[in-house]
Write a protein that binds this ligand. Sequence first.
Ligand code: C2E
Ligand code: CA
Ligand code: CA
Ligand code: CA
Length: 278
Amino acid sequence: CIQKPFRADALSALLQKVASCRGEISEAMLEEAVEREELDLHYQPYLDLQSRRIIGAEALVRWQHPQRGPIPPSAFIPMAEKSALIGKVTDLVLAKAVAQAARWNDRLAPLDISINLSARSIQDVTFPEQILRLCRQHSLNPARIVFEITETAAMQDPVMLMDVLTRLRLKGIRLSIDDFGTGYSSLAQLRRLPFSELKIDLSFVSTMMASRDSEIIVKTIIDMARNLGLRTVAEGVETPTILERLGELGCNVAQGYLIGRPMTAPQIPSFLGNYAAA
Ligand code: C2E
Ligand code: CA
Ligand code: CA
Ligand code: CA
């Protein structure tokens, strides 16, 4: 009986070693990475289509593994979301992103910061207070923050979400539905939640010049968002033709490789300088 927990531990350590040798990522590896601060943020700028100015950037998490090099979020966020680890990842992302946005607003330019949230964070009733404390600590106006929540996450428990999202919204934080068009949300449900923005999924945007269906979907989302008083952001804008067409359709904001790839915080000032000069 005394042996049992020891054996379980030894077995799990062995399994972890095997997984690691096979190149798999385990929860324990990610947990260590969070503690060692191997996770950092890249920022992808976005452009206001009317003023032609860069008005903000989205924080995208990166894992700089000392041996394997950069590991993309798709390789560890879904795993983290299955456990409480996503909480630790989100705390780290929030702390870094809020501190960075505060520095930009103090010293560089008024920029918004968009931050991806997983379903778990928005199910935590203490979350609004946590984020406000962080804003006070760094003297960042909460109105600079946009939280991106995927359409699927937004549909999980609308009643519960209502409370957390309403509290965030009352503090001036904006809420965006990410990957819009890929889920099966009911518009009636979405409309009841206090969102300010729809982010059109890159699968429609990147194919809108080649596929008539994609273009119709993009146009329909933009028209619907306008009628509901929501801002539209198109992600995955890779060509000038797409950028121009989005402008004609009345899309508000564009993001994608054409405007700028995700970059480190120190690269942002020169990016802004070059963009304004171009
Ligand atoms: P997302 O929020 O939909 O982010 C957009 C993804 O598309 C990013 O990939 C970005 O680098 C990529 N992208 C941007 N512009 C273009 C383009 O023009 N063309 C193409 N082909 N791709 C483009 P990334 O950085 O690998 O992030 C993948 C996903 O990981 C994100 O999708 C988001 O769902 C998740 N993620 C990233 N950071 C965080 C985070 O801090 N927290 C949480 N919960 N999820 C995160
Ligand atoms: Ca996003
Ligand atoms: Ca997206
Ligand atoms: Ca996505």
